[in-house]
Design a protein around this ligand. Structure first.
Ligand code: CTP
Ligand code: MG
Length: 234
């Protein structure tokens, strides 16, 4: 049962193929335990609950066993595909896996942002009724300054700036084409930048502080690791 108020078909791509080097966990951070579940499981559950189908989970090479354990028992159409060297390569692998489904809308989400709530998904889907792309953003609360080495340079205005989160939401055909046309570096910042470079307008919707990206070891509580399946991560 979809929690969305649209009849459009929606698919999800959860990119979970990184190494999580900065997080310093005994396994890639997307498989570590966070609030009682493997990190990646949280957002896959949220996307399924919003009616996304299929949900493509892009994982490291040879990580089927640990990913399968992390997602074990979830009801829904979940597919695992192997990612690439950069986040963008992993997104492309996810888009290609969706090409034969050709959903109306796709949400591209970082596994490292586990606390995905229904309100963000609803705001994004509603923006996609009017625009080919939509992203969740938050205001900048700290003041900003350029750095010149270890000294303060010019102050920067924060009122026109936003912090950009995921999921980033797109008309499927538009973002597929934008990635195919992209000629910039393959470690481009995010999918919204790829979309904008292809001429798509990108709507801003209200993000959610809960979508904070788990990045450093301090983002993880000191719990025992979630899964031990002898994949070499422990
Ligand atoms: N990601 C991916 N494929 C890559 C690199 C990153 O799917 N080649 C995913 C990560 O798994 C994560 C998201 O992209 O869910 C955001 O990346 P980041 O937070 O930088 O994660 P990692 O690259 O894994 O972490 P680090 O940079 O600390 O190594
Ligand atoms: Mg990274």
């Amino acid at each position: 049962m979809s929690g969305r108020s649209t009849s459009r078909s929606l698919a999800g791509i959860v990119v979970a193929a990184g190494k999580g080097l900065r997080a310093g966990q005994p396994m890639p951070k997307q498989f570590a335990l966070f609030r009682g579940k493997p990190v990646v499981r949280h957002s896959v559950e949220a996307l399924l609950a919003s009616g996304a189908s299929p949900v493509i989970v892009v994982i490291p090479e040879n990580a089927e066993e640990i990913a399968g354990a992390a997602l074990n028992g979830l009801a829904g159409d979940i597919r695992l595909v192997a990612g690439g060297a950069t986040r963008q390569d992993s997104v492309r692998a996810g888009l290609e896996a969706l090409s034969r489904h050709s959903p109306d809308f796709v949400m591209i989400h970082d596994a490292a942002r586990p606390l995905l709530r229904a309100g963000v998904i609803e705001r994004l889907c509603s923006a996609l009724e009017q625009h080919p792309a939509a992203i969740p953003v938050l205001p900048v609360v700290d003041s900003l300054a350029h750095a010149e080495g270890s000294m303060m340079g010019a102050p920067a205005r924060r009122d026109a700036l936003r912090r950009v989160q995921t999921p980033q939401a797109f008309h499927f055909g538009s973002i597929m084409k934008a990635h195919q046309e992209w000629t910039g570096p393959t470690d481009a910042g995010d999918d919204a930048q790829v979309a904008q470079a292809a001429g798509l307008t990108v709507a801003l919707v209200e993000g959610d502080e809960a979508l904070h990206k788990l990045t450093y070891s301090s983002d993880f509580p000191t719990e025992a690791p979630a899964i031990r399946v002898g994949t070499g991560y422990d």
